[in-house]
Structures are given as structure tokens and as C-alpha cells.
Design a protein around this ligand. Structure first.
Ligand code: HEC
Ligand code: HEC
Ligand code: HEC
Ligand code: HEC
Ligand code: HEC
Ligand code: HEC
Ligand code: HEC
Ligand code: HEC
Ligand code: HEC
Length: 496
């Protein structure tokens, strides 16, 4: 199966290259042997001293460009993979630096990389030329390893990330002809200069990036759950698992959840087909080049945080928790079930019809930085929140109050307008939210799941300790038995 895709991919490339070659032969009449030919030979001879792979012992010959069977080809008269496919006579009178057959810009790469690859990580010229990296004037490799790009037209060049000869670091040959390995590449720029500081995020105590070993990600892992699995020792999260360096759209008008941001466009993902609560949904892997299917942010997360792959022991299956057939869930896959909640119980711009992103809760503690990269708070949360149910004071700066009103759920001194906005509060139930959370220091976590609840409304969770032992809702209230008290019933402030 995989073999087939691979062969198809080769075939596609061949076709692309045959097409391109036709164009080239049209514009460049076949060169006569000249002084320039000798110069190129000399150049390549000297070059072998500087390009380690040229002498066959190392890099270039072990890259996809240097492969004698499948490597670079532009001129059928020259062997496949040969340096001369790129370093040979240009057309007409112009002589290009480094004996390249044409100018050293992205057009050189597009000769063979105009279209997207079949597996789709590289989306082709049309997408790259409008992407943030392709258009941003500050997009220039700053060095020091490899050294900074000095060419005046460096901005936007593929070569800020790729080396057509391949590169090596102390681990070995760097995959995908990249100039630096995995996050070292991205963080080479994304450390504050010239680009937004993600290095700072990666260094935080809770992060996606530092705790996983290098070398586990691969550009051809897509579609294979074992490549992300705990059992195989393959857990990892690389920049390229959530971003496609060629397709990032910095300033596409802000998306609405669940649609992924333009910063995460063209990334592979797992679509779910939900059935009954508690059952594992149907999974469908969608490759990064499938632009027909919608790209929702949570689908990217499901590559690693659902039972599509094998998660670490104890980590909940997020796809089961967010199943839209569940009794309740935070509105990540779709609008929530509890459509009658009073608007005064919310803060900010959310209400019952909002959908939210995983990254609305899982993100940086710095409010001006988006993305689930790292945080000073556990579980990569944007604000503090403890995953334990022992009594403690719930503070105004906690996670839940980005969207829910502290004055509704905690503050006993708040106006009744806000307290009444929750069904589980005075006047109908004197021992409601404010009593439990504000006065008895029972945290939200004791009674609520953060993601979803298959059987109970209102994200109620049982069997936490301290916590609820059983729970049921009636038409005008509910009843609960807990580790703290006997069975008690309550009535609600307004109908559900
Ligand atoms: C896919 C096209 C391609 C192939 C194949 C290729 N080169 Fe290059 N080469 C380039 C480009 C583009 C540059 C300019 C690099 C830059 O601007 O950083 C370059 C630059 C060079 C330089 C100048 C040093 C430098 O890095 O700027 C040398 C020397 C060189 N190549 C030798 C070789 C040798 C030897 C081979 C075969 C082993 C080879 N090249 C194969 C595209 C290619
Ligand atoms: C003369 C044709 C040609 C030119 C010019 C060319 N490439 Fe390639 N490139 C290829 C071929 C062929 C492959 C191998 C495809 C395969 O094996 O699937 C390839 C593969 C790649 C890969 C994937 C490597 C991997 O290990 O996954 C990258 C990245 C790449 N090229 C970047 C570039 C860049 C950047 C330039 C311009 C500096 C460039 N190429 C110029 C033909 C070319
Ligand atoms: C040569 C420098 C450079 C490299 C390498 C680089 N970037 Fe960027 N990137 C930039 C610049 C410059 C911008 C635009 C300025 C900014 O947003 O900070 C940018 C923008 C972005 C954005 C959009 C930011 C926003 O605010 O909208 C994302 C996402 C991104 N890069 C991810 C990556 C990933 C992932 C990698 C590695 C695969 C990477 N970058 C490698 C320079 C780089
Ligand atoms: C911001 C950095 C960056 C820039 C700029 C960039 N690439 Fe890439 N490219 C990557 C990374 C990272 C990968 C590997 C992705 C992965 O590991 O999933 C990659 C992979 C590829 C691949 C292999 C795709 C596959 O399916 O195996 C090709 C081909 C490629 N790039 C071509 C290009 C060309 C051509 C350009 C310029 C038009 C370019 N890239 C510009 C970072 C970049
Ligand atoms: C390519 C795999 C991958 C993807 C995609 C991914 N993660 Fe993760 N994530 C991990 C790994 C690996 C860890 C470390 C713990 C583990 O193995 O689950 C982790 C940890 C976390 C944690 C902290 C859990 C803990 O035990 O401390 C949260 C929260 C999280 N991810 C949320 C997300 C969100 C939100 C998304 C989507 C925006 C996402 N992840 C996408 C691999 C991934
Ligand atoms: C409304 C806020 C919110 C949303 C939305 C949200 N989470 Fe969480 N998540 C939390 C909180 C709070 C915790 C820590 C407490 C807990 O485990 O319940 C957590 C914990 C986690 C953990 C660690 C669980 C463990 O026990 O190891 C993972 C992984 C995770 N979330 C992934 C996701 C993914 C993936 C999404 C989207 C599909 C998502 N979360 C959406 C709030 C949220
Ligand atoms: C687990 C998934 C995941 C990983 C891994 C990941 N990102 Fe992100 N990144 C996101 C999400 C989600 C966003 C938010 C997009 C949005 O809301 O606009 C984001 C946003 C960004 C932004 C823009 C920040 C802003 O304030 O708008 C940059 C730059 C960026 N990521 C770079 C990187 C780099 C570099 C790496 C690797 C070191 C990386 N990301 C790894 C998911 C991820
Ligand atoms: C002692 C258990 C308990 C604690 C602690 C608790 N809740 Fe609730 N919560 C409930 C019950 C029971 C309901 C269901 C009310 C009903 O029957 O409609 C509920 C309902 C809700 C609702 C649905 C809308 C509404 O208010 O009627 C939200 C939102 C909510 N809780 C948020 C929170 C937040 C935020 C915290 C922490 C600050 C919290 N809860 C703490 C028991 C609790
Ligand atoms: C990013 C915004 C956001 C954050 C942060 C958030 N929520 Fe919510 N929450 C919502 C929205 C929107 C709804 C309404 C869904 C609906 O109408 O069914 C909701 C609904 C709920 C409900 C009622 C669900 C139902 O179906 O009855 C509970 C309980 C709840 N949240 C608890 C929490 C707790 C506890 C936290 C903190 C750990 C939290 N929320 C953090 C946005 C958020």
C-alpha cells in the first residue's frame, strides 16, 4: 500500500519534470562545448573540497537530490543526481554565479518543485508564494549555524530552510534537505529575532516540545498511528506536526472555531465520525494536501490525544470526551448541549452558541501569544487550574473565568443578577455554586470534567475523591450523593 503511494509519487514527479524539461529545452538551445564548460568542470572539481557529499563519503549522495536513480534531473543527457543538473551552462550570454544554470532564486527550485508532492507536506509554488514565510521581508536565516544568509534577495527563499546539497549535524544527515534539524530550524528564527519567540515557550516547565526526544518525527509518518504511539516509544510533538512551514498564513482574517487558524493550515489531521456516547468514534485520517475536507484545530490534536493512536496510560481519549452525542461537552467539536444558560454567567465574548478551540484553554500564560506550545501552568493551560479535588480557594485569575463569570460561580458578595445567572445557586438553591466554591472552597474540578461527560449533563463527573458518588437531573433540579454529604436534592433558578 505504502509502496504504491511512493511509486505514484515518483511517477508524478517524473511527469512534472518531463513537463518542465520540455519548457527548458525550448528556451535553452543545446550548449556547445565552450570555455564555460571548462569553467564549470573546474568549479565542480574545486567544489568537491567544500561539499562533503561530493566525494561520495557523506551527505549529498545520501540525499534524495543525490540519488542516482531518483535524484535531481533536468537534462536527460546528464546522469540523474549529478551536480551538473544544477551546476551547468545557462542559456545565452548570462553567466550565473556558482556556475548555476540559472539565477539562484526559488525559480531554480520550482523547475522541479512547481507542484505539490503527493503526500502533500510540500504544497507547491502557488501556496508557498502567498505564505507568510514566502512573503515576509524579515524571513532571512540569521545564523549562526549554518551562517547567516547574506544575499540581498534572501527573504522568502527556500534556502532559508533547505540546503540543496543536504546538511549534517552531530546526529547525522538532517532529513528533508533541511539546514537544521526539527525544532532547531524553526527556533533558529523563532527565538524573538527575526520572528515571534516560541523558544521561550518551549523552555517553560510545561510544554509540548522539550520533553519529547528528537528524531521521532518524520515527514512520512502521516497516516500511521504507530508513529505517534506510546507503546512504540514514538510519542513526540514537533513544530511540523501542527504547522506546515510552506503554507502558514499569518494574516488571514481570524478564523472561527472549530476551523483551524491560517497558522495551522495544510496540516494532516484525524476526522471523527461520532456514534453513541462512550463508544470510540470512527476515525478517518486526512492528509495535509486534502483541501476538500475542513481543517479543524481539534482534529490536529486528535493525531496524538485520541484513541486513533495509543496514548500514555491514564490520559483520557479526547475524541470520546468531546463526542457531540455525549450528555454534555465543552463546545469544541460543535455547539454545546446546554442552550439555555443565562448570558450573565459568561464573560468576554462567549455565550451558548460559541464554539471554542482546545487552544483557548491550552496555550501560553502570556496573553499576547497564541498556540499550545508551553506554559508556566500544568497541562499547558493559559491560566492556573489544578487537576485535583481537595478543598482550596478558587481565585479570580483561574482558567474557567476566561469564559465563565467569577461573580456567578464564586463570589458570595456579587450582585444577585450574576448569582441568579447560574441555575445551581440562590435563590432556588442556597447551597449552590457560590456556597460550594466560594464558601466551602470546593473547586470546580470536584464536580466537573474539563472536557466532556458521556452520561451526565453539565459536565458532571463522578468518582472523584472528594467528589460525587452519584448524580441525576430532574425536570426542575437534581440530586447528588457525595463523599461529603448524604443524598441531597436541589432546585434550579430557571428551566433548562
Ligand atoms: C538541486 C540543485 C543543486 C545540486 C544538485 C547541486 N547544487 Fe551546488 N548549489 C546549488 C545552489 C542553489 C547553490 C547556491 C547556494 C546558496 O545560495 O546558499 C549551490 C552552491 C554550491 C557551491 C558554492 C558554495 C555554497 O554553498 O554557496 C558549491 C561549491 C556547490 N554548490 C557544489 C555542488 C556540488 C559539488 C554538487 C554535487 C555534489 C552540487 N553543488 C549539487 C544547487 C545545487
Ligand atoms: C533538477 C530538479 C530539481 C531541482 C532544481 C531541485 N530539486 Fe529538490 N528534488 C528533486 C527530486 C527529483 C527530489 C526527490 C523526490 C523524491 O525522491 O521523492 C527532490 C527532493 C527535494 C526535497 C525533499 C528531500 C527529502 O529528503 O524529503 C527537498 C526539501 C527539495 N528537493 C528542495 C529543493 C530546493 C530547496 C531546491 C532549490 C534550491 C530544489 N529542491 C531544487 C529535484 C529537484
Ligand atoms: C529564516 C527564519 C525563519 C524560520 C527558519 C522559520 N520561520 Fe516562521 N516566521 C519567520 C518570520 C520572519 C515570520 C513572520 C514574523 C512573525 O510572525 O514573527 C514567521 C512566521 C511564522 C508563523 C506565523 C506567526 C504569526 O504570528 O502569525 C508561524 C506559525 C511560523 N512562522 C512557524 C514556523 C515553523 C513551524 C518553522 C519551522 C518549520 C518556522 N516558522 C521557521 C521566520 C522563520
Ligand atoms: C520555513 C522553513 C521552510 C521553507 C521556507 C521551505 N521549507 Fe520545505 N520543508 C520544511 C520542513 C520543516 C519540511 C519537513 C516537514 C516535516 O518534517 O513534516 C520540509 C519538507 C519539504 C519537502 C519534502 C516534502 C515531502 O513530502 O516529503 C519538499 C519537497 C520541500 N520541503 C520543498 C520546499 C521548497 C521547494 C521550498 C521553497 C519553495 C521550501 N520547501 C521552503 C521547511 C521549509
Ligand atoms: C504529534 C503529536 C501531538 C499533537 C498533534 C498534539 N500533541 Fe499534545 N502532547 C503530545 C505529547 C507527546 C505530549 C506529552 C504527553 C503525552 O505523551 O501525551 C503532549 C502533551 C499535551 C498536553 C499536556 C498533558 C500532560 O500530560 O501534561 C496537553 C494539554 C496537550 N498536549 C494538548 C494538545 C492540544 C490542545 C493539541 C492540538 C492543538 C495537541 N496537544 C496536539 C503530542 C501531541
Ligand atoms: C475549557 C477548557 C479546555 C478545553 C477546551 C480543552 N481542555 Fe484539555 N484540559 C483542560 C484542563 C482544565 C485540564 C487539566 C484538568 C483535567 O485534566 O481535567 C486539561 C487536561 C488535558 C490533558 C491532560 C489530561 C491528562 O489527564 O493527562 C490533555 C491531553 C488535554 N487536556 C488535551 C485537550 C485537547 C486535545 C483538547 C481539544 C480537543 C482540549 N484538551 C480542550 C481544559 C480544556
Ligand atoms: C501541538 C501543536 C503545536 C506545536 C507542536 C507547535 N505549534 Fe505553533 N501553534 C499551534 C497553534 C494551535 C497555534 C495558534 C494558532 C492561532 O490561534 O492562530 C500556534 C501558533 C504559533 C505561532 C504564532 C503565535 C501567535 O502569537 O500568533 C508561531 C510563531 C508558532 N506557532 C510557531 C511554532 C514553532 C516554531 C513550533 C516548534 C518549536 C510550534 N509552533 C509548535 C500549535 C502548535
Ligand atoms: C459541588 C459541585 C459543583 C461545583 C464545585 C461546581 N459546580 Fe458547576 N454545576 C454543578 C451542578 C450540579 C450543575 C448543574 C445545574 C443544573 O442542574 O442545571 C452545574 C452547572 C454548571 C454550569 C452550567 C450553567 C449553570 O450554571 O447553570 C456551569 C457553566 C458550571 N457549573 C460551572 C462551574 C464552575 C466554573 C465551577 C467552579 C468555579 C463550578 N461549576 C463548580 C455542580 C458544581
Ligand atoms: C474558552 C472559554 C471557556 C473556558 C475557558 C471554560 N469554559 Fe466552560 N463553557 C464554555 C462555553 C461556551 C459553554 C457553553 C456550552 C453550552 O452552552 O452547552 C461552557 C459550558 C460549561 C459547562 C456546562 C456544560 C453543559 O453542557 O451544561 C460547564 C459545567 C463548564 N463550562 C465548566 C467549565 C469549567 C469548570 C471551566 C474551567 C476548568 C471552564 N468551563 C472553562 C466556555 C468555556
Amino acid at each position: 500500500m505504502f509502496q504504491n503511494i511512493f511509486q505514484k509519487k515518483q511517477l508524478m514527479l517524473k511527469i512534472i519534470m518531463v513537463k518542465n524539461k520540455r519548457q527548458i529545452t525550448k528556451i535553452s538551445p543545446s550548449p556547445s562545448f565552450s570555455k564555460r564548460g571548462v569553467a564549470i568542470l573546474l568549479f565542480l572539481l574545486l567544489a568537491t573540497a567544500f561539499i562533503p557529499g561530493a566525494r561520495g563519503e557523506g551527505v549529498y549522495n545520501n540525499t534524495k537530490h543525490g540519488n542516482p536513480l531518483t535524484g535531481v534531473t533536468r537534462d536527460a543527457a546528464i546522469p540523474r543526481g549529478s551536480c551538473k543538473q544544477c551546476h551547468s551552462e545557462g542559456s545565452g550570454a548570462i553567466k550565473y554565479p556558482k556556475s548555476l544554470w540559472r539565477e539562484n532564486d526559488n525559480e531554480l527550485c520550482y523547475t522541479c518543485h512547481r507542484n505539490e508532492t503527493l503526500l502533500g507536506i510540500y504544497p507547491g509554488q502557488r501556496i508557498y508564494d502567498t505564505s507568510t514565510h514566502g512573503t515576509e521581508p524579515r524571513f532571512v536565516w540569521p545564523g549562526p549555524f549554518p551562517s547567516a544568509r547574506k544575499d540581498i534577495d534572501a527573504a522568502g527563499k527556500c534556502q532559508n530552510c533547505h540546503n540543496p546539497h543536504g546538511s549534517k549535524d552531530r546526529i547525522g544527515i538532517i532529513p528533508n534537505l533541511l539546514i537544521a534539524r526539527e525544532e532547531t530550524l524553526c527556533l533558529g528564527c523563532h527565538d524573538g529575532a527575526p520572528a515571534g519567540d516560541i523558544l521561550r515557550e518551549a523552555r517553560k516547565p510545561y510544554s509540548h516540545l522539550i520533553r519529547q526526544g528528537a528524531g521521532k518525527h518524520s515527514s512520512d509518518e502521516d497516516g500511521n498511528p504507530a508513529r505517534y504511539s506510546y507503546a512504540g516509544g514514538n510519542r513526540h510533538a514537533e513544530c511540523s506536526d501542527c504547522h506546515n512551514a510552506h503554507a502558514i498564513q499569518h494574516n488571514v482574517s481570524f478564523q472561527t472555531a472549530p476551523a483551524a487558524s491560517g497558522k495551522n493550515s495544510r496540516v494532516s489531521r484525524i476526522q471523527v465520525i461520532n456514534s453513541s456516547p462512550e463508544s470510540i468514534p470512527g476515525y478517518q485520517y486526512i492528509s495535509s494536501n486534502d483541501t476538500g475536507a475542513p481543517l479543524n484545530e481539534y482534529e490536529i490534536c486528535y493525531k496524538c490525544h485520541s484513541s486513533w493512536t495509543q496514548q500514555p496510560p491514564g490520559q483520557p481519549d479526547m475524541a470520546r470526551l468531546f463526542n457531540t452525542n455525549n450528555a454534555s461537552f465543552h463546545p469544541v467539536e460543535g455547539q454545546g448541549k446546554n442552550q439555555g444558560i443565562d448570558p450573565n454567567s459568561f464573560t468576554g465574548s462567549v455565550n451558548v452558541s460559541s464554539s471554542i478551540y482546545c487552544s483557548d484553554c491550552h496555550g501560553s500564560n502570556d496573553s499576547n501569544l497564541r498556540g499550545s506550545h508551553g506554559s508556566q501552568f500544568p497541562n499547558i493551560l493559559r491560566r492556573p487550574y489544578e487537576a485535583q479535588s481537595n478543598p482550596r480557594v478558587t481565585a479570580r485569575d483561574e482558567l474557567c473565568f476566561i469564559c465563565h463569570n467569577y461573580d456567578t460561580y464564586v463570589n458570595a458578595a456579587s450582585a444577585s443578577l450574576f448569582q441568579q445567572a447560574s441555575r445551581f445557586n440562590a435563590p432556588a438553591s442556597i447551597n449552590g455554586h457560590v456556597f460550594h466554591v466560594g464558601q466551602k472552597n470546593i473547586p470546580c474540578y470536584t464536580c466537573h470534567d474539563s472536557h466532556g461527560s458521556a452520561r451526565f449533563g453539565a459536565l458532571i463527573v463522578i468518582r472523584r475523591n472528594p467528589g460525587l458518588l452519584s448524580f441525576s437531573m430532574s425536570s426542575n433540579g437534581g440530586s447528588c450523593l457525595s463523599t461529603c454529604h448524604e443524598q441531597k436534592t436541589y432546585t434550579i433558578n430557571y428551566p433548562r
